[in-house]
Design a protein around this ligand. Structure first.
Ligand SMILES: [Zn+2]
Ligand SMILES: [Zn+2]
Ligand SMILES: [Zn+2]
Length: 403
């Protein structure tokens, strides 16, 4: 007689199995997910209670009131942020609802530049800059989106010799190559063009930004395993909600109501990303790819992480970019700081104070148009950033509206 070994799956195993079922059968409720689990993993011992608890924590079921899902975030380790902060600000964990926040470590006057930052990864809008082979590629710099000036006294623009993309200077070209272009240039990676084309057709920049974030991590691994790990941890530290969960929440509906279309797009872009980046073609010249720890690679290229990255982009997108330090600022409808992008470019972000700030005070920016009414602001914050604003201004204005 064959003895059937009963196994209790780990959290990760259970997560993957449930995700797989939900991906193909998004309208399955708990009993049907349990039944599907018994079929796909006949030796597993999983109680319905455990499945319910797990799906609840992942936001996969309606739990009566939708207050349970809070975007996850953590404080990025080490160098990137510390270097940017120049000892004048610090990022601290506040609590599990608010996540992290930025605090002044010295006094600031009104209208001073606190710091300047270039994005960890970014993908500007299509109409701002084409992609080396889309319309507009010769108009704006592929790195910083500055206008290409073929006349005049500025730095000389340079064309990539592998694609039709232009850079406003050789400095931008070098930086773009070191951060992403070496991997995605059409000459080195023809498959990547397919991902770009799909996104272009759908006018959807999030997968491009997600792919560039992965490329940045790969390029850091080229320097050393240590820098690669740091980049990966920093990327993970950005506030996250899975794109599918965010979408479901935004529509206030259960799984079967959100469009089939989106599911197809997530799957298609994931497949195209994998076929162009896992691993990148030899022509891209990466030599350290095989040395990336298997655990990091498995996670980074998984479908689950792809949804995480796209959700991350929705939550952190600042003019198309993932900014390590700027993204740590919490929202306030009456903020004490503002983000500006100088020279009509979107690439560099400068944080400026709007009024004097004392050491120890939290520094905030606004995620929404501050001219909106309290109702309008709260709606956008709830739908797109998944929190209820309880800033002083909201509290005051809500009590006035309720009178
Ligand atoms: Zn440039
Ligand atoms: Zn190129
Ligand atoms: Zn508010």
């Amino acid at each position: 007689m064959v003895e059937t070994r009963i196994v209790v799956p780990s959290e990760t195993e259970l997560q993957e199995a449930i995700n797989e079922i939900k991906d193909s059968e998004p309208d399955f409720g708990i009993p049907r997910v349990c039944a599907a689990l018994r079929t796909s993993h006949s030796t597993w011992q999983v109680s319905e209670k455990r499945v319910r608890k797990f799906m609840g924590s992942m936001g996969l079921i309606q739990t009566g009131g939708d207050q349970n899902i809070v975007p996850k975030s953590s404080v990025a380790p080490g160098d990137f942020v510390t270097t940017l902060a120049k000892g004048q600000v610090e990022v601290k964990h506040i609590d599990n609802t608010k996540g992290k926040g930025v605090f002044a470590t010295c006094d600031f006057n009104q209208k001073v530049n606190v710091f300047e930052e270039t994005p960890f990864a970014w993908y500007p809008r299509w109409d701002t800059v084409g992609m080396g082979y889309h319309r507009g590629s010769d108009q704006k710099c592929q790195l910083c989106a500055r206008e290409i000036e073929r006349r005049g006294r500025g730095p000389r623009p340079v064309k990539c010799n592998g694609c039709t993309g232009w850079f406003c200077s050789s400095i931008c070209k070098k930086e773009a190559e070191a951060k992403f272009h070496q991997i995605e240039c059409a000459k080195n990676n023809p498959m990547f063009v397919e991902l770009a084309d799909a996104c272009y057709k759908w006018d959807w920049g999030a997968p491009m930004a997600a792919a560039r974030a992965i490329e940045r991590v790969l390029m850091e691994f080229e320097k050393s395993t240590e820098e690669g790990r740091l980049a990966w941890e920093s990327l993970k530290a950005f506030t996250t909600v899975r794109a599918d969960i965010m979408d479901m929440r935004r529509k206030g509906a259960s799984w079967f109501l959100y469009e089939e279309d989106y599911r197809t797009k997530w799957k298609t872009t994931h497949a195209l990303m994998r076929s162009s980046l896992f691993p990148p073609p030899v022509a891209c010249g990466l030599t350290q790819f095989d040395k990336i720890p298997k655990k990091v690679r498995d996670e980074m290229f998984s479908y689950n992480e792809w949804l995480n990255l796209i959700g991350k982009y929705s939550l952190n997108d600042q003019n198309g970019g993932f900014y390590l330090l700027q993204s740590c600022f919490n929202h306030n409808c009456d903020p004490n700081c503002v983000v500006v992008h100088p020279n009509n470019g979107n690439y560099r972000a400068i944080i400026q104070t709007l009024r004097p700030i004392k050491a120890g005070e939290e520094m905030t920016i606004t995620y929404v148009n501050p001219r909106g009414s309290v109702g309008e602001r709260q709606q956008v914050l709830r739908d797109w950033y998944m929190f209820d604003c309880r800033c002083d201004r909201c509290v005051k204005e809500s009590s006035q509206t309720n009178k």
